[in-house]
Design a protein around this ligand. Structure first.
Ligand code: TRP
Ligand code: SF4
Length: 437
């Protein structure tokens, strides 16, 4: 079985294969209010379990968004994609949480906690505010006790063999690294503890490299539920008690099912099951969510399965992976405007060897990192983007002029950020709740 390594320095390209191999669903933004460019353009291409958040949006019910930042290198324009989604969900009413992954950076990249704090504030948090993020809870993994405790406690439901299978850990993986995915599980699920707003749908916008953590989190959340809802081996649909006081839970479940309008209930107490003959797999989510209150009376660790959206990665300007360790591959949000512009002017394009050939054959926007800059960052208007695409293809737009336009737009973007970052400085404390604890 192929494996996704969240800590690898590799470039992802074949997204449809990834979806097939790992069972990631295709993300479809239609029906969402005013979807942002990343959604309209298929840059956010996949999801796991997004239906629950969609339903919360449609029903104007509470939901949360949580994501994390890795303070091991400066924020670049590729890292902005997650923030665009966070701000979109925030505008729809989501409670926003952002984890500074200082434990993960320490455990997997050897970054000190002091350094992580400096990078988090200077390179990420100030930019988030400058980009338009409204007050929310940004916290450090190392300082939020509920997160670490939860990671430890929930770790009871996963064993070493599963961790090795998911992450490829070996005998010489250090134990802080081994534990860091559980801290991330703590990040995602702690927002559903009573103190942080209680159980509710939660969306985690991430790059697809984070999918192993998402799968682990969903599995662990599932393992803590006291009911199983679904189709038994004999083909009958039912609610099964798998933990906690069976008799009591069965009778609570019966009440819940009747409240939902189900009448064909066959309670078999000896087997801890209620068959629901007037329900089908389509009712699974509705029933599962309705049972939560009953389960919470017996356990603090009952969660609505969190969901994730997955975005594609921007290609590095030099053609390989966009990486904070290769300065020329990325425009950093803290780059001087002129530096950012220069990187764009040097970027790899989908142009031809000569202007003459390009006029004749047209360029290839699909293989052009400058076109990606327009699509991901610089052009919000879809019609305008299509004009660039077709002018490139037809050979009426040449790379020199095109790069000039992109580099000017990048410089302007960076200049705007620069001044808004300075204004943001005294707002940081409104975001770092409890001193980041
Ligand atoms: N592992 C993430 C990364 O490498 C950072 C992260 C930490 C995170 N906690 C999280 C992402 C919770 C999403 C949700 O970028
Ligand atoms: Fe890329 Fe623009 Fe050149 Fe087309 S014209 S290949 S979009 S730089």
């Amino acid at each position: 079985m192929a494996r996704i390594d969240p800590w690898a320095k590799k470039q992802f390209d074949d997204y449809s294969r990834l979806m097939e191999e790992f069972g990631i669903q295709r993300f479809d933004a239609s029906g969402l209010p005013d979807p942002p460019a990343l959604f309209r353009r298929g840059i956010v291409f996949g999801h796991r379990g997004f239906e629950r958040v969609r339903a919360a949006i449609e029903g104007r019910k509470p939901f949360a968004v949580l994501t994390g930042l890795m303070p091991s290198g400066p924020m670049h324009i590729g890292n902005k994609m997650v923030m665009d989604q966070v701000m979109y969900f925030q505008s729809l009413g989501a409670d926003v949480f952002i984890a500074v992954a200082d434990i993960e950076a320490y455990a997997t990249r050897g970054v000190s906690f002091e350094r992580a704090e400096k990078v988090a504030v200077e390179n990420y948090i100030l930019n988030y505010i400058a980009l338009g993020l409204k007050p929310c809870q940004i916290y450090f993994q190392s300082r939020r006790r509920a997160v670490k405790d939860l990671g430890y406690i929930l770790g009871k439901k996963v064993n070493w063999s599963a961790m090795k299978a998911i992450y490829g850990f070996s005998d010489d993986t250090n134990m802080a690294h081994v534990f860091s995915p559980l801290v991330q599980v703590g990040d995602v699920l702690h927002v559903q503890l009573e103190e942080y707003g209680g159980p509710r749908p939660t969306v985690v916008p991430v790059g697809v490299d984070q999918d192993p953590h998402i799968r682990l989190t969903r599995d662990i959340a599932h393992a803590h539920r006291l009911f199983n809802v679904g189709t038994a081996r004999d083909g009958r649909f039912g609610v099964f008690v798998k933990g906690g006081p069976a008799g009591e839970l069965l009778s609570r479940a019966e009440g819940v099912l009747r409240d939902l309008g189900h009448t064909k209930l066959d309670v078999i107490a000896n087997y801890n099951v209620i068959y629901v003959d007037d329900a089908s797999p389509g009712d699974e989510v509705r029933i599962e969510d309705a049972l939560i209150d009953a389960e919470r009376e017996h356990s603090r660790y009952i969660f609505v399965p969190p969901c994730a959206t997955f975005h594609r990665f921007m290609t590095g300007l030099t053609g390989g992976k966009m990486s904070s360790s290769v300065p020329e591959s990325a425009v950093f949000l803290n780059d001087e405007p002129e530096v950012g512009a220069r990187k764009v002017r040097a970027a790899k394009t989908g142009g031809r060897v000569s202007a003459e050939e390009q006029r004749r054959l047209g360029g290839v926007p699909e293989e052009c990192t400058v076109f990606e800059m327009f699509a991901y960052l610089l052009v919000d208007d879809d019609r305008e983007l299509e004009e660039i695409r077709s002018a490139c293809r037809q050979g009426t737009l040449l790379c020199g002029a095109c790069k000039r336009r992109a580099s000017e737009a990048v410089a302007e973007f960076l200049k705007g950020l620069q001044s808004r970052r300075e204004e943001a400085r005294d707002q940081v404390k409104e975001y770092l709740v409890e001193g980041g604890a």
